[in-house]
Design a binder for this molecule. Sequence first.
Ligand code: SF4
Ligand code: SF4
Length: 287
Amino acid sequence: MRELVIISGKGGTGKTVTTGAFATLAKSKVMADCDVDAADLHLLLQPEIKEEKDFLSGTEAVINKELCNECGLCRELCRFEAISEDYTVNPIACEGCDFCANACPQKAIKMVRNPKGKQFVSNTRYGTFVHAKLGIGEDNSGKLVSSVRKKANEIGKTLNSDWIIIDGSPGIGCPVIASMGGANCALIITEPTMSGLHDADRIIKTAKHFNVPVKLIINKYDLNIEMSDKIEDYCKSNDISLIGKLGFDKIVVEAMVNGKTIIEYAPNSEISHNLCDIWNKIDNEVI
Ligand code: SF4
Ligand code: SF4
């Protein structure tokens, strides 16, 4: 079983469109959406949820009003100003440091684990899909990403799948490291702009640090040929496999609006042919 993670420097570069196309093309796979902060692969795959569980991570303080004598010590000590004048803890501000619970003379504060989001296993027309929803204001997405990936791998092993295909998190922070560490290939989608090149360079360095082999696609390459050439030169001089270039085509947006992958919506379009070629190369080259 091989793991492919599709990533980009920022959202909106064509990552989900590419992942959706591969969902259509790969024969034996489990899909996973690790872009938990802005999950949108479900819009294309239209999952039917068959399993749902709370995602628990970290702890937060809860004050038992019956034991509390309102001495004010916890409010004084909490450097995150998470405790209100009426001695209620704001769960979003609370960092779970445990300081107030240890200090409270009345033992009125308990640390509890609350759901930070939900993780789902779903059926789709393209097979099993593992995805998640982070709770409002929650930022433990690195842990949730790891949990989604782990579940997808467990299912992949049970089903004897050839691929785990992951819509990764954008950027280079904790979630993207959680989505790509140990993968067989990180496929980077970039656009022909200076910031696209800069972002790609940062992700490539991060991937190299974690020994993850990298391939790159330039999306909408024809919107700035000069910059696309620069990215190609960068790939040559850094020994990066530029696996394909996709032209701008408004049919991609039409497919999204219709809740279909581009391969389903416009199988004979140039972009679909290019994505087929890219997928075949990945299937043959990634080990
Ligand atoms: S330290 Fe304990 S007793 Fe004092 S206000 Fe806080 S919760 Fe109440
Ligand atoms: S656990 Fe830490 S952050 Fe949360 S309320 Fe207590 S002192 Fe503040």
